[in-house]
Write a protein of this length. Structure first.
Length: 71
């Protein structure tokens, strides 16, 4: 609701803040999975989880840079 009523720079700022939180949620899920005994033992699953972690961290860095560049 907050995002739907925001305009211009406020929308951009809120969108990035919400998306950063969303991506951080993926990192939490990865950490939870990897902390579970016996999880991600399959090489394909482990590779997928590792890729998700790497990709989400990169996206968060990009969004943080965009956020910092907003007026």
């Amino acid at each position: 609701e907050t995002l739907s009523t925001a305009r211009d720079g406020r929308f951009d700022r809120l969108f990035l803040q919400f998306m950063i939180r969303h991506h951080e949620g993926a990192l939490t899920m990865v950490a939870t999975l990897l902390a579970s005994p016996g999880a991600a033992q399959d090489p394909l699953t482990f590779q997928f989880v590792s890729d998700v972690d790497t990709d989400q961290r990169a996206e968060i860095r990009r969004m943080q840079a965009l956020l910092a560049s907003l007026p």
